[in-house]
Design a binder for this molecule. Sequence first.
Ligand code: SAM
Length: 246
Amino acid sequence: MIFDIITIFPQIFDSYFNESILSRAQKKNLIKINIHNLRDYTLDKHKKVDDKPYGGGQGMILQVEPFYRALANIKMQKSKIKMTNQNAKLTAKTKTIMLTPTGKTLDQKMAMKLSKLDNIILLCGRYEGFDARIDKFVDEKISIGNYVLSGGELPAMVLVEAVSRIIPGVLGHSHSAEDDTFSVDKDYVEYPQFTRPEKFQIPNPKQITNSKKQKTKTLSVPKVLLSGDHKKIEEWKKKHIKRKTN
Ligand code: SAM
């Protein structure tokens, strides 16, 4: 899976993509993330990517030309690679996605579908968003939730992570994306999980708990989880599944 991200803040991605699971996935060549600076696709010396909206209105709008050039360049590079690599599929499955609060809200099913692609190109907006003509060059619009952020960079990171986790090998042997909440047909949030210590003694319960009675000074792991009885443990897990609340 190759992700191409077009942004005016390329450095935003450095720390997140170079840590943990996504860093390992890139090292193992399971995913590749290319960050493209939109300003590299401008023709003027000030590298201007935005302008005032026609007809009036607040703020600045990202212009169509730099996005068009960036997309054309990315797609041209890909077709060159395809032509020089005889084994490469000629019909690589690519999708160009605009990140926008007006898009379809990202969920696990959507992430699963996207994980079947070969290449995802993500357009990150800023300011008051995109010139509407950029719509002509996108296949899909995706939002990460019903709230407005300042840019498409966080949504791009969210999408890259949600999709990458599903790609076989990315999570390694210790964990499978299929166990996660929302996988396949499941609509529940996971059962409660615990790790060491078996008993957690709250040093000063008055300071930290919101209970007025302050009776609980020790938080213990449910006994059944320590029993080694797998049948009983499975029953307990089923009984304690927590469903999403909205
Ligand atoms: N005026 C725009 C509107 O009301 O839709 C808001 C633009 S927002 C300040 C700037 C950019 O952040 C958007 O173009 C989009 O790329 C990104 N963005 C903000 N919230 C988002 C969300 N919930 N999902 C995906 N992208 C988002």
